[in-house]
Write a protein that binds this ligand. Sequence first.
Ligand code: TRP
Ligand code: ZN
Length: 495
Amino acid sequence: MSRSARLAPTVAPSLRTLTVALSLTLTLGLTACSGTGGVHATSGSAGVGDPYFPKSGNGGYDVTHYDLTPAYTPDTSDTSETRDSATAPTLTASATVTARATTPLSTFDLDFQGMKVNSLTVDGKKASWTRSGQELKVRPSAALRKGRTFRTTVHYSGTPETITDPDGSDEGWRPTADGALALGEPTGSMAWFPGNDHPSDKATYDITITVPKGLQAFSNGELRSETTTGTARATTYSWHTPQPMATYLATVAIGHYDITRTTTRNGLPVYVAVDPQEAAASRKVLARLPEIMEWEEYNFGPYPFSSTGAIVDRGGDAGYALETQNRPFFPGAPDTATLVHELAHQWYGDSVTPKTWRDMWLNEGFATYAEWLWAEDHDGDTAQQTFDALYRGTYFDDKADDDAVWAFPPATPTSAAHISDSPVYERGAMVLHKIRRTVGDARFYDIIQGWAATHRHGNADTADFTAYVEKMAPGKDFTEIWKDWLYGHGKPARP
Ligand code: TRP
Ligand code: ZN
């Protein structure tokens, strides 16, 4: 199985210079008495204290819903069509962010990188704003009381940015040959909509995309309507996401696609969009999607969302697959293991979402272990064989990759540049296998299903997980697994 198919592209170690030392910033708001209405209001902080992405997210409020209306005109300079405006790809959009103040607020921040803000209101009243890096600081005309639900509407336009991660992968808004692609992990959503761009704040979404007639627009959730206005030469696609979603899982795919809308045997809607160039190569594996869903429900418990599917774009359109909610994204036809991996994320990552980016192994360790379990159940290597090959150092094609598994503990990646490295994936899966061996198969499946059920549509961290495992297996000793395998540096002495 090829890791590179779904992993961010490897960058030279010398580029991996961002260290944890950068990550300690002020997470408390500065106190400022607004004097309005007797509210002693503060400034919401410009981050939520993520140890790896300190500016991600914002303090002082909780988003409940995003209403996004992007209208996109791809670059048409290479077609015969003429246009009086510039041919650079442009996005014109409004975003209405419904949130509840968790503290009295005189100002608050949204994460928003690039684009031009044209107007901004809070509950319909003009608000002032300033911008600095990814922080869009909003000052409502009057301070907001704690507990108050408020709506911020931002109108913006421009050419959205592609953001390069500390690990060298690209996300954000990516123009493609026939449209565009929005991918968000870990900090890409702020390139195309203003919000609380951190996994800890999940919300429901309405994403209403307008594209030139003839193009299609795919997104998360369920398609509510598709309307083409005769005169406007544009089509509007309305997608609704009724279950909470982290910002990094929101997606938009614009282009020419072969689209199918089917249902699984349980009546779950399946939306699949495939770039015609990838259709032939994708057909066989995508036909197995319902079977994989059934196998995953059997092993992980009830599917947490109201639709499923996949988006397959061209190989060059991104360097990795991504577990975008409801329908994972693939750069080119996926193999079965990668489809199993990304669909497993719907339980582990999308429904049970990490509290911070440090807890990434709760996503990737689980999704990788899902691949091992699939292989074991489908005439491939047993999970034990995979574990042994990794421990022996004969799993990857070259020694450097085999050694890299021991570079750092899964629970504490060295820095933001390393959250997609093999200790998070393979060694994370090894931790799960160690737990399985300690408790036996029956209890192990109770644990992974119970974990998904307990934190369904929520957030959890590594400490929540170890406490949950201990609670579910009284009398078992996990001391060595936690100390050596999860938090320990170097290769554990015993397999
Ligand atoms: N989460 C993706 C997967 O399914 C990989 C990935 C894409 C990723 N972009 C990332 C991991 C950014 C970390 C950071 O494995
Ligand atoms: Zn993954």
